[in-house]
Design a protein around this ligand. Structure first.
Ligand SMILES: Cc1cc2nc3c(=O)[nH]c(=O)nc-3n(C[C@H](O)[C@H](O)[C@H](O)COP(=O)(O)OP(=O)(O)OC[C@H]3O[C@@H](n4cnc5c(N)ncnc54)[C@H](O)[C@@H]3O)c2cc1C
Length: 487
């Protein structure tokens, strides 16, 4: 049997949960389809034991539920999972688990998405039909391990960082970590803490900062230009760590927040790894070229013997596998085609949340965007009007648009006391459908003026007495019927 719903959200990670919570607040029917048997599976099953949130709590909460003042600045993973469970029950989010979405296609004639999901417990496939579809399957949907020649000849354990739990079982062994992002650097540290001979492959330039410096930078970014913040955090980072070049760790020439902005790559947040590199407890090695039995051969020609290899080489989005007929929102890698902040909105009621490479803060913004369906709000209202009373529809679309645009009174835009569809019905006046004008008003690119009372040369004088000079005037003051003239 087909399930009809307004919105289908694919994925019950933080992005899917936040989107559903928002829609629940607006009483918009929605379903989350999640392939695993729980929500936030990344945090429950694919994280190592010593992981805490890398970013301060003010950048790691979902909409409408900040962490309490008593919570530690850097939240331990078990507390974050508890937070997500509280979030789910508070906003009455009820994902359908063990539903692997296999395909989603838009049917132009019916103007609906058809989503096919297989129940992994019963093996039964079911169709869901919806007007809006939200891709929330994450940037970390599938583990990525690069092709390394000879890897199949390695006799020890080969694993992805998502399967790594703790260094305790490798004590006394030689373990190679490939990848120097946050996971790789922390796993190398964890291994060394358990008395493992820990080595890490570093083949690219990257920034290392402390979590406190990153917190300061993120706070300053709210009010200061990126280049100034980068200069400051770089000076602090250099003071804190000194020159790490001789240990094989070289900083890029561009600043950490600038690089995050344009490439999505985060600076590494040090958990003590650099100290262990300096003391020789962790060995830094260049690019891994090939493997021959238990020997790993590196770009400088040297080879070393290892008992295990951990690939901390990241993840890939898998959205492209199941999302059909979209050539606007996502690229071939299943990531947004358009740059932030225009990355989240596709065509035909398609949206994505959690794919902006901006962590929990970014996915919270996406979740709030998704409910904002501007033109679609009107479309939704017109559809609902077929079966619901005008005052109910007006209440709904007004709540939606207030959430979307916020209070515009201070910018000179004041709503009428009657609802938009009631006014359309009674005096024929349509609501304005925003094409991003309000955004430009808020940012100061468009100036809102009061009633124009007269001209004096090129000066226009307004009811508040102010005058402004203009070169051109466009009257968008409507039309009149001329029938009366000749009937
Ligand atoms: C080790 C690690 C540490 C991190 N630390 C931080 C941090 O401190 N702060 C921060 O902001 N960010 C951090 N991140 C980034 C983090 O991934 C995101 O912030 C967040 O988990 C992303 O949420 P999401 O909902 O977009 O994706 P996910 O959490 O990946 O959720 C996507 C969901 O979609 C489901 N899914 C996928 N495909 C299908 C399908 N076909 N059908 C049905 N369901 C499907 C998955 O099972 C999953 O549950 C970290 C990431 C990692 C890997």
């Amino acid at each position: 049997m087909k399930n009809e719903v307004a919105v289908v959200i694919v994925g019950a990670g933080p992005a899917g949960l936040a989107t559903s919570a928002y829609l629940n607040l607006l009483s918009i029917s929605n379903i989350i389809l999640e392939r695993e048997n729980c929500c936030a599976s990344l945090w429950r099953h694919r994280a190592y034991d010593r992981l805490n949130l890398h970013l301060a709590k003010e950048f790691c909460h979902l909409p409408h539920m900040p962490h309490p003042p008593t919570a530690p600045t850097f939240i331990p993973i078990k507390d974050f999972i508890q937070y997500l469970e509280d979030y789910v029950s508070h906003f009455d989010v009820k994902p359908k688990y063990c539903r692997m979405v296999e395909s989603a296609a838009f049917h132009g004639k019916a103007k609906r998405w058809c989503v096919m999901a297989t129940n992994s417990e019963s093996g039964v496939a079911k169709e869901y039909s919806c007007r809006f579809l939200v891709v929330a399957t994450g940037e970390n949907s599938k583990e990525f391990i690069p092709d390394v020649p000879g890897l199949e000849s390695f006799n020890g354990e080969v694993l992805h960082s998502s399967k790594y739990k703790s260094g305790s079982k490798y004590s006394g062994e030689a373990v190679l970590v490939v990848g120097c992002g946050n996971s790789g650097m922390e796993i190398a540290y964890d291994l060394a803490s358990y008395g493992t001979k820990s080595s890490i492959v570093v083949r690219s330039l990257f920034h290392v900062l402390t979590k406190e410096i990153v917190q300061l930078g993120m706070t300053l970014l709210k009010s200061s230009p990126c280049n100034m913040v980068d200069d400051l955090v770089l000076s602090l980072g250099k003071l804190h760590f000194g020159d790490m070049t001789k240990y094989g760790i070289v900083r890029p020439s561009k600043g950490p927040f600038y690089l995050k902005e344009i490439t999505g790559r985060s600076p590494v947040i040090d958990v003590g790894t650099l100290k262990k590199i300096k003391s020789g407890d962790i060995q830094v090695l260049p690019e891994l070229k090939r493997v021959d039995g238990n020997e790993a051969i590196f770009a400088n020609g040297n080879s070393h013997r290892f008992d295990a290899i951990v690939f901390a080489t990241g993840y890939r989005s898998t959205a492209r596998k199941w999302l059909k007929e979209d050539d606007y929102l996502l690229n071939q890698d299943g990531m947004p085609k358009h740059d932030f902040p225009n990355h989240w909105k596709g065509k035909n009621g398609l949206y994505c949340a959690g794919l902006s490479r901006r962590g929990l803060a970014g996915l919270s913004m996406d979740a709030q965007n998704v409910h904002v369906v501007t033109k679609e709000i009107v479309q939704l209202g017109m559809t609902l009007l077929k079966s619901s009373p005008c005052n109910m529809v007006d209440d709904l679309v007004l709540s939606l648009s207030k959430l979307q645009f916020g209070d515009m009174t201070k910018y000179g835009i004041v709503r009428l006391s009657d609802g938009p569809f009631y006014l359309k019905e009674t005096n024929g006046r349509s609501p304005v459908i925003d094409v991003d004008t309000l955004k430009k008003i808020k940012s100061g690119y468009i100036q809102v003026l009061l009633e124009l009372i007269r001209f004096d040369g090129n000066e226009a004088i307004f009811t508040n007495g102010n005058s402004h000079r203009f070169n051109t005037i466009v009257f968008a003051t409507g039309y009149r019927s001329t029938t009366k003239k000749w009937v």
